[in-house]
Design a protein around this ligand. Structure first.
Ligand SMILES: [Fe+2]
Ligand SMILES: [Fe+2]
Length: 244
């Protein structure tokens, strides 16, 4: 079982964001019987009987996209602040992890924004100043404790938020939202694992002894160079970014 099927995901590595948006535009106009997550195409089962789907019918998914956009926006800012704190405390490897995860959240933020805009809405966020404590506490917060209403923590996003948003996107036949949520879920799952490893080995994580990578389309995150084909392909350039 690979990591996607273990997550119940069906990500296809050739998915393109442009096709996600194309799929979204289709889904906002044309009713369909089944979402097609891999390439976000929407194929009406009976084209001749297609019905118009109003934005109102996707209102819950749009609301979820806005929540996710706000959460990713704040998480991006928060992790950069946590990176600075880790540097001050001498945990340079942990600082590099926070910087890398901040980059992943930025990718999620921008993916969600694209889908929101394609639905004819304006992405809305409210950036709050993150509370920064010790690096050990910050890792706990990142994993899921004591965060603001906007930022729920990686384990919450993995176990509750994104799975629920994915189900709603499926119910709304919104394949673009489904795709961006599935990308985020895959990455948040990795983030929770990476932070758990950091927490368990904090004392050995002072030296910057490794490089970090993110997939430029999905934000999937690695603490070593992954296999060449692990990221969804990026038609506009590199699909893998070395952050550190
Ligand atoms: Fe994220
Ligand atoms: Fe995350």
């Amino acid at each position: 079982m690979n990591r996607y099927s273990s997550l119940g995901l069906t990500l296809k590595k050739t998915a393109k964001l442009s096709s996600i948006i194309a799929g979204l535009l289709a889904v906002t106009l044309i009713g369909c019987s089944q979402a097609q997550p891999p390439e976000a195409k929407v194929e009406p089962s009976k084209p001749a009987q297609s019905t118009l789907v109003s934005a109102k019918q996707n209102s819950q998914t749009l609301e979820n996209l806005q929540k996710a956009y706000n959460g990713e926006s704040n998480a991006h800012v928060m992790y950069l602040a946590f990176a600075d704190q880790a540097t001050k405390e001498g945990y340079q490897d942990i600082a590099n992890l926070f910087k890398t995860v901040a980059r992943a959240e930025e990718i999620h933020r921008d993916n969600h924004a694209l889908v929101i805009k394609a639905m004819g809405a304006t992405p809305e966020n409210n950036i709050t100043t993150p509370q920064v404590n010790s690096t050990a506490d910050n890792i706990d917060k990142a994993m899921g404790g004591n965060l603001s209403s906007a930022i729920k923590g990686e384990s919450y996003e993995r176990d509750s938020m994104y799975p629920e948003f994915i189900e709603q996107a499926k119910a709304d036949n919104n394949s673009a939202a489904l795709q961006t949520f599935e990308y985020a879920l895959a990455a948040e799952t990795q983030h929770a694992d990476l932070f758990a490893q950091a927490k368990a080995n904090l004392d050995s994580r002072k030296e910057a002894s490794r490089s970090y990578y993110v997939c430029t389309i999905s934000g999937e995150t690695f603490d070593r160079q992954p296999e060449a084909d692990v990221c969804p392909s990026n038609p506009n350039g590199e699909s893998l970014e070395q952050t550190i």
